[in-house]
Design a protein around this ligand. Structure first.
Ligand code: NYM
Length: 214
């Protein structure tokens, strides 16, 4: 039996990720599928992260970064269980958001420090980066409600994502990166994503599960 594949959708806030993660999780291309999202606000750690994002709790940049990372590590056994059991995963944000949102802060922690906490997590097989201009993202509902949702920070986040892509592309064992033009209609983006995922499955489902950034 082939293992499940691990598909990660990333991007800046309001790029349409959550809609596309929902659609992909219901698509026959991904069946059987487990849908995940980070931060997972349902756990005790996730509840603390939620308070931080809603600005009802203040934490140092390092401290909240470690909580975001820990929130992924607490799901590691479940991720592995799904993949080993032949279940595909579609995930809304992961360690890439973790590094991008922390390292982009003014005088934020260094890139290598940010990455180190997530080294060894199950490695996504592919990252589908939903690329949308900042001006379009900001017209979408809810922008500005949470911490980090301002133009300056989002622009800096985008640059760190670019750096992470470049670093991954220089490694032998890294996820495949696919840039998806997310400024189009929901249907067009969905179709593109499904085509990409078909290819990823063919290439990856009979390879060992990898470890992130190692
Ligand atoms: N975020 C998300 C981080 O700062 N670090 C992380 O590790 C992750 C996974 O949380 N602005 C940020 C990005 C978002 C915010 O995410 C909430 P969402 O997908 O809107 O629930």
């Amino acid at each position: 039996m082939s293992r499940g594949v691990f598909i990660l959708l990333e991007g800046v806030d309001r790029c349409g990720k959550t809609t596309q993660v929902g659609l992909l999780s219901e698509s026959s291309v991904m069946a059987p599928c487990e849908k995940m999202n980070f931060p997972d606000r349902t756990t005790e750690i996730g509840k603390t992260i939620n308070s931080y994002l809603k600005s009802s709790l203040d934490l140092s940049d390092e401290s909240v970064h470690l909580l975001f990372s820990s929130n992924r590590w607490e799901r590691q056994p479940h991720i592995l269980e799904c993949l080993q059991g032949g279940k595909n995963i579609v995930c809304d944000r992961y360690a890439y958001s973790g590094v991008a949102f922390t390292n982009s802060k003014v005088d934020g922690p260094a890139l290598d420090w940010c990455k180190a906490c997530d080294v060894g997590l199950p490695r996504p097989d592919a990252i589908l980066f939903l690329d949308v201009s900042q001006s379009v993202a900001e017209t979408r509902g809810g922008f500005g409600d949470e911490r980090y949702e301002n133009t300056t920070h989002q622009t800096a986040v985008r640059k760190v994502f670019e750096t992470l892509k470049t670093e991954d592309q220089a490694m032998d064992n890294a996820p495949e990166w696919h840039m998806v033009d997310a400024g189009r209609s929901i249907e067009e983006v969905k179709k593109d994503i499904e085509e990409i995922v078909k290819g990823v499955k063919e290439r990856k489902q009979d390879t060992p599960i990898g470890k992130l950034w190692s």
